[in-house]
Design a protein around this ligand. Structure first.
Ligand code: 6LW
Length: 515
């Protein structure tokens, strides 16, 4: 078999890979989107199916900034229990507020426990379960002080599985290499060594995966003389850019793989509309015990493991909304019947707040996973004023989106037009077409061009590059006012700024990759 990268296309960054028996799991970051921590499952490392996400009511992301929320998770397993550690990042611009939590379950499908607070010294928490029955929580440590690098090394503290609490002192574990910005730690034991994998260089074009090892868990750690394990930094020609932030897994027969994030810019070192995705690379070990990836670069195609192929059934392109399936995510609040309901072939959204509220939005969306794709849905919505609107959106974050919507104006009453936001600057795009009854709305995405249409009326093409990590990143005097860590979505959106909760009904939502 051949692994075709990315194995998880679209917004799936910071992969934590885990094998339990013959089951492989990937856990990826979800930021301001629910469910928190997205899970995928495979039996052969080639074919992956979405399991949806873990965190619903365990998270309160009311008011979380764009690209705040759940950063890199770590999924682990010990003595029949799954452990998931994660951060709910409340602020990252200047000061850092990075509370970490752990939830547990005896089945990957849950139920997952209530979150137990750990510490907030830094982000990228990772649990390591040693052969002596002790467990250890790693993370980076942040530094808010002006003039100091924001990353201040990797730290470790013992975690008691019996009490679910941190115990004992905090140790400095590893200060990283000259690449800097050392984060994303994961620890592994093999052949009498402790191997520490970290992400360095920042999650952009200089990103890399670094390996260090020690005979003692608490170090000192020696950096691999052949560092880095993986990077795209010297190869702007590669499809997979930003390669870094990864984790190791072995098959029962001792074949090793490295799951890592990568971005596929529309042009060399350009804009990544699909966000940071997950790819897999094959790992060999040198005679003196260092991991190696062929050429130290990310490959589009990788020899798969010697395992029987286990493909999964294809997902239907059109959703009948018999349930809210694993492709759908909701923004800054978990799906609850007070605002979202499915059944009878449709999805009903109670009109919520605007994008700028950073809370109470009624937006349910699915990741865009292909450079060329269409998205359409039938919308029934009867606004009585200009403060009510519903339709489909191509959405990156609260400041960057396109909204093909049923709105209202004094001249025609209910109309269809496009509302667009580019770094918070909102424009109304004509024509405004009178409308009534169930209305079919459609987006056509082709690389950096997004076309909106309703019947034979078209708007655009618009710049889809607005919906990218690179465009979403905004700076102020303190540093990054807004990061761009997520990815583009197609979604269903209903707003009622009167506070009256006017509902919109959506049906036949169809996402179709295009050749
Ligand atoms: C993540 C950090 C990183 O926590 O970006 O790529 C941060 N590396 O390790 C958000 O994805």
């Amino acid at each position: 078999m051949i692994i075709s990268n990315p194995v998880l296309p679209g917004f799936h960054p910071d992969p934590s890979i885990l094998r339990v028996g013959t089951d492989y799991y990937l856990a990826t970051s979800t930021f301001e989107w629910y469910p928190g921590v997205r899970l995928h499952h495979s039996l052969d490392l080639v074919h992956w199916r979405p399991l949806g996400g873990v965190l619903t009511d365990q998270l309160d992301m009311t008011g979380n900034p764009d690209s705040g929320g759940v950063w890199a998770p770590c999924l682990s397993w010990a003595d029949g229990v799954f452990y998931l550690v994660y951060t709910d990042v409340k602020s990252y611009s200047g000061f850092w507020d990075t509370p970490n939590y752990v939830v547990t379950a005896t089945s990957i499908d849950g139920p997952w426990s209530e979150p137990v607070p750990l510490h907030a010294r830094g982000f990228d928490p990772s649990l390591f379960h040693d052969d002596d029955g002790r467990s250890w929580l790693l993370s980076n440590r942040t530094d808010w002080r002006p003039g100091h690098p924001w990353a201040n090394g990797i730290i470790v503290q013992e975690f008691s599985r019996a009490t679910g609490r941190l115990v004992g002192p905090v140790f400095d574990l590893y200060s990283g290499t000259a690449a800097g910005m050392t984060e994303g730690p994961h620890l592994y034991a093999k052949d009498g060594w402790y191997y520490l994998i970290t992400a360095e260089g920042g999650t952009e074009w200089f990103h890399q995966a670094t390996v260090a090892r020690s005979r003692s868990l608490l170090g000192p750690y020696e950096t691999d003389p052949g560092t880095p394990l993986l990077t795209s930094v010297h190869r702007p020609d590669l499809t997979l850019q930003k390669a870094g932030h990864g984790s190791l897994v072995s098959t029962p027969d001792g074949e090793w793989y490295f799951a890592h994030l990568a971005g596929r810019p529309l042009t060399p070192r350009g804009r990544c509309v699909l966000g940071r995705e997950t790819a897999l690379q094959r790992v060999a070990w040198t005679a003196d015990g260092w991991p190696r990836i062929d050429g130290g670069i990310p490959h589009d195609e990788v020899p798969g493991p010697d395992l029987p192929a286990h493909p999964w059934p294809d997902e239907p392109e059109t959703d009948d909304f018999s349930s809210l399936g694993p492709h759908w995510s909701t923004l800054r609040r978990a799906a609850h019947s007070d605002w979202i309901a499915v059944g009878g072939g449709s999805l009903r959204l109670v009109g919520g707040r605007s994008a700028g509220a950073l809370s109470g939005e009624s937006l349910v969306a699915r990741r865009i996973q292909h450079r060329r794709a269409t998205f359409e849905a039938t919308v029934l919505f009867e606004p009585a004023g200009y403060q009510q609107m519903a339709g489909i959106t191509a959405y990156y974050n609260s400041r960057n989106w396109y909204f093909l919507r049923i709105g209202w104006n004094e001249e025609a009453g209910a109309i269809v037009d496009v509302l667009a936001s580019d770094r918070g600057r909102v424009t109304l795009i004509a024509p405004a077409v009178p409308v009534s009854g169930p209305t079919r709305l459609r987006f056509d995405l082709d690389g950096d061009a997004l076309l909106a249409s309703c019947g034979d009326v078209e708007w655009g093409p618009f710049d889809a590059g607005v919906l990218s990590d690179e465009h979403a990143r905004e700076f102020d005097g303190n540093g990054p006012r807004t990061w761009g860590f997520t990815g583009a979505f197609f979604g269903l959106w209903s707003q009622d700024l009167t506070g009256g909760g006017l509902p919109a009904t959506f049906s036949a939502a169809t996402y179709k990759p295009q050749p």
